[in-house]
Design a protein around this ligand. Sequence first.
Ligand SMILES: *Cc1c(COP(=O)(O)O)cnc(C)c1O
Length: 410
Amino acid sequence: MQREAFAALDRADPLAPLRERFLLPPGVINLDGNSLGSLPRSTAARVSRVIEKEWGEGLITSWNRHDWIGMPQRVGDKIARLVGADAGEVVVTESTSINLFKVLAVALQMRAGRRAIVSEAENFPTDLYMAEGLTKLLGQDHMLRLVPAHRLPHALDADTAVLMLTQVNFRTGALHDMAALTAAAHAAGALAIWDLSHSAGAMPVDLNGARADFAVGCGYKYLNGGPGAPAFVYAAARHQGQAAQPLYGWLGHADPFEFAASYRPAEGIRQYVVSTPSILALAALEEGVDLLLQADLGELRAKSQALTEEFIALVEAHCAGLGLTLVTPRDPARRGSQVSFAHEQSYAVMQALIARGIVGDFRAPDLLRFGFSPLYIRHVDVWDAVHALRDVLATGAWQRPEFQSRAAVT
Ligand SMILES: *Cc1c(COP(=O)(O)O)cnc(C)c1O
């Protein structure tokens, strides 16, 4: 297939009009939307309006007049529609790590007497660190038990309080079967917590269909909320009001403006809020979420699978013998919206690609990682990225000295 065939796919793409709603720098292809999503065109004007009108002129009255105080729940209700939750089950607040700490603590209270948090050894490190820190805080009785992905169902036992997993693996892009693993956790009497950082906004997610107990997710990846965007947390309606998350912040109090000396948890999802929300960041996130809500999530998933299929096929056709090994599942039903290849010189290869405007990333120890955010990545982008990759590898362009030194953020 030639480049023109890919351009034809773009002309037939039902999501193509949504790409126009992003401000994409010319000559750059963002294959790292799974790490930092691109900028919606509407975001800058929205944030300026919040700054100049709502903050500059409205001052404190904007908490009521512009319903700043309701934003965590309003944007949460919108994200609920992307992840198969109902209104009142999701709130936007703090970060993914902090939210994970909250739901882990709630789940452990709900399964008092059971000691283990079970997770995958390859889970995203901050998830494992938060669990490690919490088990230490709770004392020697609690433990984090890590197993390889294929051993997960066997690791669930009568001592398991919670199964904590990320739906799509950040390194390999492997996609877990959320419904099956949640059912396995429940069969063992445990609860299931899902991190949707690499799935929300990239594919339909069905938390309630899977009977998930709790979930968290990231605002700055496929939701396009901007660097450091606030995260979201989901608690199934049936669990709300049972156990309180332990970070007793005033905005999770039943009546914050009572200014009572002791804490009384809010009954609904608002109990998961700790602190005053960053309104500028929430406004930016809402622009990203609003754009996603205009997409048909089935079409989004179909396009994502087509892009990753094309990428694998083109790399294998054009970069054969150049040292790349696919580490992402070959079955499109078993992967998220990214493709990773191992290469001995992956760091330098990625730097050389970035210098050509193909922005992916390097993940230690040896992965080239490419994310395909289906809202704004085109089929021709796949073609162009593979041809740049082939050129970098075939010419040895990655060997140049400027591509060798490691920056702080990879
Ligand atoms: C990106 C990501 C995070 C990010 O956590 P922060 O607290 O926002 O820094 C957490 N977990 C997973 C699985 C991620 O992919």
